[in-house]
Design a protein around this ligand. Structure first.
Ligand code: SAH
Ligand code: SF4
Ligand code: F3S
Length: 464
């Protein structure tokens, strides 16, 4: 589909009388969802800064262009979109000249339905079309229309993005888009499209640009980074382990991370990388969803619990100190007490340091939505509470083990209390300590003195 064919145009009912437009200077951007969305939002700011010189502001009331980057992974996430839009409607009534845009995964799924429900929305754009925002804004300002553009051109956006603008000490770099796994409960394959990898030269260039600005840490991003497969200019095929090695060798890189990986593509070479690449940090988020073989099959996850446990064993063989985290869904259709026991058992056996736990939420258009959502809400709640309690215990014990040790902390910024700085250990634990803003971006040795529920406290080790 070409750009023009895929555009839907409507006259904007809220702009009846054309008048001279004033300039647009400020941008407000609200982001929901995963790191992919956070990365995209960063790039949207880059694009708008380059195209219109827009300045980012912290409240929609102060902005000429108001954008939302949405998530549809669970029903709650989607509800937030319409409640936020309810507030934005009033802004549009008092200042009809502002431009309101909705992008991301809800936009991809809902398309023009968003403007049917919220007619004051000027632009609907998808995760693969945000690079066209300046063009779309230009067009709606000129023609006073509404636009929807949610086609999925093959990774074209990466060829149209300005140089990344990095802030803070850690930067995301998207290396692949989309998902081909089609887990039965999940909307992502529909909202983000098929798995497509960026050429290695592109990824390395973007990493180099970030490192030149002094960024010490890079996180490679994708829905399934380990499905990465791309050809370089010479026609050689790269997989994720090769890309990791190449990024790891870039000048200036102090810490390398990646997220998210799928157990099915956790190759031995990739597990080994945690032992052989010094800048690759000993932390891995490896979603498993459930510990029940029956449910893993029903969800189309493509592996059983034994396979997952074997991967964990291989990882620990190469990198004994690796910290693991995961995602869990409780109350998937048909989940019995026995299935849930299997999940608790897997959590104990692996000894995850942390996890994100969700109640199953049926998503329109997914295969699981055809099954009856038969686990009563109070049972979902009970299971969620039981799982969270177990995780809390495991997080506490992982943190308690750190007391007395000296950890290399990458200083990220100010802590909550006056005079406190905050940073991360190699295995991604948050540490607070008395420090100074000039340490931001540096890796400092910190002796851990105390463990809290979710974080650590320590003191700087002064080396003579
Ligand atoms: N690509 C990643 C995760 C993407 S979505 C992966 O495969 O691991 C992030 C998490 O949201 C999932 O791991 C899952 O735990 C949760 N999730 C996705 N769909 C859901 C649904 N319908 N209900 C509840 N949780 C869901
Ligand atoms: Fe969703 Fe499964 Fe793809 Fe992850 S692997 S994004 S859970 S379909
Ligand atoms: Fe949500 Fe889309 Fe990410 S559905 S989790 S924002 S890929």
């Amino acid at each position: 589909m070409t750009f023009l064919q895929s555009q839907a145009k409507f006259r904007n009912p809220m702009l009846k009388t054309p008048k001279t437009r004033r300039s647009i200077d400020t941008l407000y951007l609200k982001t929901y969802g995963c790191q992919m969305n956070e990365y995209d939002s960063g790039r949207i700011v880059d694009i708008m800064r380059e195209a219109y010189g827009l300045r980012l502001v912290d409240a929609p009331e102060k902005a000429d262009v108001i954008l939302m980057n949405t998530c549809s992974v669970r029903e709650k996430a989607e509800e937030k979109v319409y409640s936020e839009l309810g507030r934005w409607r009033k802004l549009k009534q008092s200042r009809p000249d502002i431009i309101i845009g909705v992008g991301g995964c809800v936009a991809q799924q809902e398309g023009e339905r968003i403007q049917k429900r919220a007619p004051f929305v000027d632009i609907v754009f998808g995760p693969q079309t945000y690079h066209r925002l300046p063009e779309m804004i230009h067009q709606i300002r000129r023609e006073r229309i509404q636009l929807t553009n949610i086609d999925m051109p093959e990774i074209e956006k990466f060829d149209h993005l300005p140089n990344p603008h990095a802030e803070g000490v850690s930067a995301y770099v998207t290396i692949m888009e989309g998902c081909d796994k089609f887990c039965t409960f999940c909307v992502v394959p529909y909202t983000r499209g098929p798995e497509i990898s960026r050429p290695p030269e592109d990824v390395l260039r973007e990493c180099r640009q970030l490192l030149e600005t002094g960024i010490p840490e890079i996180t490679l991003l994708g829905q399934n980074v380990n499905a990465y497969r791309a050809e370089d200019d010479e026609g050689e095929e790269w997989d994720f382990a090769m890309l990791l090695e190449a990024v790891a060798e870039l000048d200036g890189l102090k810490r390398l991370r990646f997220t998210t990986s799928h157990p099915m593509e956790m190759t031995d070479a990739l597990c080994e990388a945690f032992g052989s690449i010094p800048v690759l940090m000993p932390y891995l988020h490896l979603p498993v969803q459930t510990g029940s073989d029956r449910l893993l099959r029903a969800m189309h996850r493509g592996h059983d619990r034994e396979t997952y446990l074997r991967i964990v064993e291989t990882l620990r063989k190469h990198c004994p100190e690796i910290a693991l985290s995961s995602d869990f869904i409780v109350g998937y259709p048909g989940e019995t007490d026995e299935d849930f026991e299997q999940t608790l058992d897997l959590v104990r056996r692996v000894g995850f340091d942390s996890a994100f736990c969700f109640k199953y939420s049926p998503r329109p258009g997914t295969p699981a939505a055809h099954a009856e959502d038969d686990v009563p809400d109070h049972v979902k709640d009970e299971r969620l509470q039981a799982l969270l309690a177990l995780m809390k215990e495991q997080t506490r014990s992982a943190l308690a083990k750190k007391v007395g040790r000296i950890e290399n902390v990458l200083v990220e910024g100010k802590g909550r209390n006056e005079g406190d700085m905050q940073g991360r250990t190699p295995d991604f634990k948050i540490v607070h300590f008395r420090g100074h803003v000039r340490q931001i971006g540096q890796i400092m040795p910190v002796r851990i003195t105390e463990a809290y529920g979710q974080s650590l406290r320590g003191e700087l080790v002064i080396r003579s």
